[in-house]
Design a protein around this ligand. Structure first.
Ligand SMILES: [Fe+2]
Ligand SMILES: [Fe+2]
Length: 202
C-alpha cells in the first residue's frame, strides 16, 4: 500500500463526530477495532520505554536498566512466577515520567495484568526501599511502618530485601532484556481486570 493510499484508507476509517455526544455505533465500531489493535502493542511500547533507563545512572553503581534487569533476574532465579518477574523488571519504569512518584507509574501500567498483591508491592515499594537509605537523606527510615498492618506488608518487605535493594551489583550476571521480553508479552497479552476489558472482546 502506497503512502497516499494509506492516508486515504485511514481517513476513511475515522469516526465522523465532532463532539462525542454525536457518536454513532459505526463510529465506535471503527474506534473499537483501532483500540484492540493498539492495545495489543502495549508490551512493545512498554519495552521501548524501559530502554530509556539505559545509561541512566543517577549516581548509582549500575544504570537504571541494569538495576531493573538485575531485580528481575534475582526474582526469576529465586523461582518467582512471571507476573512477579515482570513487576520486578518494570518496577522503576516510572523514573522517567514520575520522578516524584515513580512506583505509582509502574503500578498503574501493570495493574490490569497482575494479582492485587503484586500490584501493591509495586505501588508501595518506594516507602519500603526507603528503609535502606531514607535516613541518609534526612527522611524517615521507617516510613514503611505506616503499612505495618497491611496484609501485603511482608511481601513488599521481602521484594525490597531480596531483589530491589540487592540489585546494584555491577558484577552480577543478569539476564539480558531479550530474556524477559516473552514474559512481558505473555503477562500483558490480555487484562485480568480493566474497565476497558469488555472492549477487547472481538
Ligand atoms: Fe523504585
Ligand atoms: Fe528499584
Amino acid at each position: 500500500m502506497g503512502v497516499q493510499e494509506n492516508i486515504e484508507h485511514s481517513a476513511a476509517e475515522r469516526a465522523k463526530f465532532r463532539e462525542m455526544k454525536e457518536g454513532t455505533a459505526q463510529d465506535w465500531a471503527i474506534i473499537g477495532s483501532e483500540y484492540r489493535a493498539f492495545a495489543k502493542g502495549l508490551p512493545e511500547r512498554v519495552l521501548e520505554h524501559l530502554k530509556l533507563l539505559d545509561g541512566d545512572f543517577g549516581g548509582f553503581p549500575v544504570d537504571r536498566l541494569q538495576h531493573s534487569l538485575q531485580t528481575a533476574t534475582r526474582a526469576h532465579r529465586d523461582g518467582r512466577g512471571e507476573q512477579y518477574v515482570v513487576m520486578a523488571l518494570l518496577h522503576d519504569i516510572g523514573d522517567t515520567l514520575g520522578s516524584y512518584n515513580h512506583p505509582e507509574v509502574a503500578a498503574s501500567i501493570i495493574k490490569p495484568f497482575v494479582t492485587e498483591e503484586i500490584h501493591w508491592i509495586c505501588q508501595n515499594h518506594g516507602a519500603f526501599q526507603g528503609y535502606y537509605y531514607f535516613h541518609f537523606l534526612g527522611m524517615d527510615q521507617n516510613a514503611r511502618e505506616k503499612f505495618r498492618d497491611n496484609p501485603h506488608f511482608e511481601a513488599c518487605r521481602e521484594f525490597c530485601e531480596k531483589y530491589d535493594q540487592a540489585a546494584f551489583d555491577p558484577d552480577y550476571e543478569s539476564e539480558p532484556l531479550e530474556f524477559f521480553e516473552p514474559m512481558v508479552r505473555r503477562v500483558m497479552e490480555r487484562p485480568l481486570a480493566s474497565m476497558y476489558a469488555a472492549a477487547m472482546e472481538e
